[in-house]
Design a protein around this ligand. Sequence first.
Ligand code: AMP
Length: 234
Amino acid sequence: MASRQAGAAVLDQAGRLQGEGAVVRLILLGPPGAGKGTQAARIVQRWPIPHISTGEMFRRAVDDDTPLGQQVRQYMESGQLVPDELVVQMVRRRLHEPDCAQGFLLDGFPRTRPQAEALDQLLEEMGQRLDAVLLLEVPDELILERITGRRMDPETGTIYHLKYNPPPPEVLPRLVQRPDDTEETCRKRLAKYHRETEAVIPYYEQRGLLRRIDGTRDPDQVTEQIFQVLGVPQ
Ligand code: AMP
């Protein structure tokens, strides 16, 4: 039996949010390494909405060697942004799929101001509106510390952190660092975020949609703050 709690949210027995009142359209914003992937997984576990990650969609297209994959491969491989028209076209098609009737969680999109404007236009055409833009805030230095301290055990796939989740001493010598996790790569990705993506923050702030989330706290506390700002019963 569903139980009606705060606001229009309706929970089923599994604690997932259901029902007409629970249609929710969200954007998850934040620098690379802020924990967007972790939080996205938790949000869609609770809310029956698709997690739409444009990076994931592009990676799949490249792996499957589709026409879109062939068009975007060179951008992906050189770490550049895919041109806005291609991204917007892909998102447009995705948002028209039936599972988006319950809402959606966009992750990795919009990445530029023209993409944010295109999304607004697209939603207007569809008679829809965004509910909130969640910004996971983490200072660069903490992101660098989190990422560059990451090590993987190639034998078990376990991820450790030299400071926050230290490995047992006998495992330490065989741990490896992923090429993406070096300080140089991380600094480049952060600079790109500041240069290109941060411009969408004032865009949503002016529309009163921006919700700032303290991403420096532990993952459970971050999730708690997200549900709190969305008015979801805990
Ligand atoms: P991500 O996994 O979100 O870091 O995305 C991986 C790659 O996909 C990026 O480096 C870009 O080449 C491309 N990409 C993903 N989302 C977008 C977007 N919204 N705009 C432009 N390029 C994107």
